[in-house]
Write a protein that binds this ligand. Structure first.
Ligand code: ATP
Length: 207
């Protein structure tokens, strides 16, 4: 089973690390790919993909069972999830179980994605609840088969939906960028990521 946790990680924060810890518990036999994007399709990132990737390495590189996957960073242009799934399908074959992990806020915007109808054909989807966000299933996922036992996904390559109960953590990259620009010293990010941000003078300008 390949669990795919993508994002902009601009910057990576304690919420991302907590989600990865939860994924390791919920999918103990899986390889967990953390996939920073090259360029988010529907927004700008504050800092380069190289910096974001490096910060993800600092935050999660030591965690067992995690692969920090450069598949999107190494591809130029906007990072469409469908393109990533197609490449990974070629790499792992059609029988491999894929679980695409998406937070409730990301799910909400799925109808605006590039070729979203293809998602259920290529992978299973795991929805993370997110503090302050209501979970609404978008129409593109409405025909997926909802299951409760994550272990079942081992033998199911695609087409199933699972909701994961995760702790409510009121942290986002937007919050972290705002705190840094205001000069806050206590940040909800790993200390080595905080050091990296200071060293490279990142996120100093208010958005
Ligand atoms: P931004 O504030 O810039 O939008 P973000 O905090 O949402 O950033 P992303 O890199 O966009 O961070 O998130 C990657 C994935 O992690 C998304 O699917 C997102 O929903 C999920 N995620 C991020 N923070 C949390 C959190 N605190 N709880 C649950 N899921 C989260």
């Amino acid at each position: 089973m390949q669990v795919l946790f993508g994002g902009t990680f601009d910057p990576v924060h304690d919420g991302h690390v907590a989600m990865v810890d939860q994924l390791r518990v919920s999918f103990p036999s899986a390889a967990i790919h953390v996939i920073p994007n090259n360029r988010p399709p529907h927004r700008n990132s504050e800092v380069s993909a190289t910096h974001r990737l490096e910060m993800v390495h600092l935050a999660m590189g030591h965690i067992q069972g995690i692969e920090i996957n450069k598949i999107e960073v190494e591809r130029s242009g906007p990072s469409y999830t469908i393109d990533t799934l197609n490449i990974l399908r070629k790499q792992f074959g059609n029988d491999e179980s894929f679980v695409l992990v998406l937070g409730a806020d990301t799910i909400r915007k799925m109808d605006m994605w590039y070729k979203p109808m293809t998602v259920p054909l290529l992978c299973n989807v795991c929805i993370l609840n997110r503090a302050g966000e209501r979970i609404g299933i978008p129409s593109v996922l409405s025909n997926m088969n909802e299951i409760v036992d994550g272990a079942l996904l081992d033998n199911l390559p695609s087409g199933n939906l699972i909701r994961l109960q995760t702790p409510d953590l009121f942290v986002s990259s937007t919050l972290v960028r705002g705190l840094i620009a205001r000069g806050a010293k206590q940040l909800p990010i790993p200390p080595n990521v905080a050091d990296y941000i200071v060293k490279h003078d990142l996120y100093q300008d208010p958005e």
